[in-house]
Design a protein around this ligand. Structure first.
Ligand SMILES: C[S@@+](CC[C@H](N)C(=O)[O-])C[C@H]1O[C@@H](n2cnc3c(N)ncnc32)[C@H](O)[C@@H]1O
Length: 268
């Protein structure tokens, strides 16, 4: 994206890289600016497998949504959606047939503007510009209330996003609030950066992302697992994204397959 297009919000600051646009760059998307690409290149120096790490995270999202569909989930809240790219949640669910509904939540202007444009004629999906760390606003929003039925199980997706929440944001309380809002039979799918396996690379990633709108806070296996408090982890538990029910040998073998932990939990 080199020239400003009509759908971009006026308030956009192109000089400050955002996680959504750097991730888009790493995934080969076109919705990023010079500053995002520069930071993306520094990210690649810090973590040479970053493109694979991003792709594996998308792969986990897809496999987790398919697993939830097989478990009967028909409504999703995708918290920290990112910029729509091939394989968005509503595209995955559409293939499963009618009746799936998706509420997307993000606060990054390009992610929101692009999603709103894509979804403008879709009665089954909506985009909220909101801070996911404010569950009452997300859950109480008229669009959420219109689209979702909280007496039926919900798929909560927190994929590649809680590492942008620092301890002072009390992310465990945020997850608890979402968990308490959904009925038994609901699921949580979550993935999260860790420094457990390559501490020096992750130290550099943290340093690089300090120069963005979204600094990163990696967590240990125990800390990521704790987000599933009140959920029963489904097999294979909290593992690297590439190891979560892999479909191909490359998922497991790819460098970076374990830079992000992933898991799915069931609310009994
Ligand atoms: C790395 S992207 C992940 C996108 C997608 N979930 C995936 O895994 O492919 C993280 C997204 O979370 C969004 N995000 C981070 N913190 C957020 C917050 N507090 N509220 C809403 N969105 C947030 C960012 O703007 C970005 O679009």
């Amino acid at each position: 994206m080199t020239a400003r297009t009509g759908w971009l919000p006026r308030s956009l600051d192109e000089e400050v890289p955002t996680a959504a646009r750097v991730y888009d760059y790493l995934l080969g998307g076109a919705h990023n600016f010079v500053a995002d690409r520069r930071l993306g290149e520094r990210f690649l120096t810090a973590l040479p497998s970053a493109r694979d790490v991003a792709r594996l995270n998308r792969g986990f999202l897809r496999r987790a949504v398919l697993a939830l569909l097989r478990a009967g989930i028909r409504q999703f809240v995708d918290l920290g959606t990112g910029i729509p790219t091939a394989g968005s949640v509503h595209e995955i669910t559409e293939r499963a047939g009618r009746g799936c509904r998706v509420v997307y939540v993000d606060r990054e202007p390009v992610a929101v503007a692009h999603s709103e444009l894509l979804l403008r004629n879709d009665p089954h999906a909506t985009m909220l510009r909101a801070d996911l760390l404010d569950p009452d606003r997300v859950l109480g929003h008229p669009h959420t209330r219109r689209l979702l039925d909280f007496s039926e199980p919900v798929g909560l997706l927190l994929v590649g996003v809680l590492h942008f929440a620092f301890p002072q944001d009390r992310p465990e309380e945020v997850v608890r609030r979402y968990r308490d809002a959904v009925p038994s039979g609901s699921f949580l799918a979550l993935s999260h950066f860790t420094a457990d396996l390559a501490p020096e690379n992750m130290r550099q990633v943290v340093e690089v992302m300090r120069g963005s709108a979204n600094p990163v806070y990696p967590r240990s296996h125990a800390e990521v697992s704790a987000f599933f408090d009140g959920f029963e982890l489904v097999e294979p538990g909290v593992v690297g994204t590439g190891l979560w029910r892999p479909e191909h040998a490359e998922d497991v073998r790819t460098p970076g397959a374990e830079q992000i932990y992933a898991g799915v939990g069931y609310k009994p």
